[in-house]
Design a protein around this ligand. Structure first.
Ligand SMILES: [Mg+2]
Length: 180
């Protein structure tokens, strides 16, 4: 019943992902959520984010930032990092933004990876498009009330997702706790 929301992978942080291995495995494009996936909600790109994008650019990835946020926020983040394009007001989990991103980058679902911190927008949208979806823990605890409510429902889904991982001997982080 909750399976359609299950991520393909769950890791504690975007910054712990083995991007070089993904490229070796044939992935060529990355689609990122921004807020609470790369930096705290509304925050500009920090040194860690800038370094990550330099690394990804050097590996050879095409990158799209796919955000439900408004253009000024998404554009300014994009201008602070190298090698990324952006789509704002993406209306995730609608498929349109993901499909436009792949079209612009010249990739298909099997060569694309999505990384985001929310199940019912980020992960579900990627899954609907057949894109490998990676759920990360939110960076910051402080969130808007509508997201706090969604996190309660996420916790229910994650309860069943953990059971599936236990059955299949898949490792996962201890909890969904933010890093700050
Ligand atoms: Mg987010």
């Amino acid at each position: 019943m909750f399976q359609k929301f299950f991520p393909d992978e769950w890791v504690a942080s975007t910054y712990a992902l083995p991007f070089e291995k993904m490229y070796e495995a044939g992935k060529r494009a990355l689609i990122f959520d921004i807020d609470n996936t790369l930096v705290p909600h509304g925050a500009p790109a920090d040194e860690r984010a800038k370094e990550l994008f330099e690394r990804l650019h050097a590996i050879g990835f095409r990158i799209t930032l796919l955000s439900n946020n408004k253009e000024p926020r998404v554009k300014s983040f994009c201008e602070d990092v190298v090698g990324a394009e952006y789509i704002y007001k993406a209306n995730k989990p609608a498929k349109g933004g993901y499909e436009t991103a792949m079209k612009n980058m010249g990739t298909v679902p099997s060569t694309t990876v999505f990384i985001g911190d929310q199940l019912f927008t980020d992960v579900w949208g990627a899954k609907r498009c057949g894109i490998h979806s990676i759920l990360v823990n939110p960076i910051e605890k402080k969130e808007e009330i509508q997201i706090v409510i969604k996190r309660r429902f996420e916790a229910i889904v994650m309860h069943f997702y953990k059971k599936k991982c236990d059955r299949e001997h898949i490792e996962y982080p201890k909890d969904r706790r933010p890093e700050r």
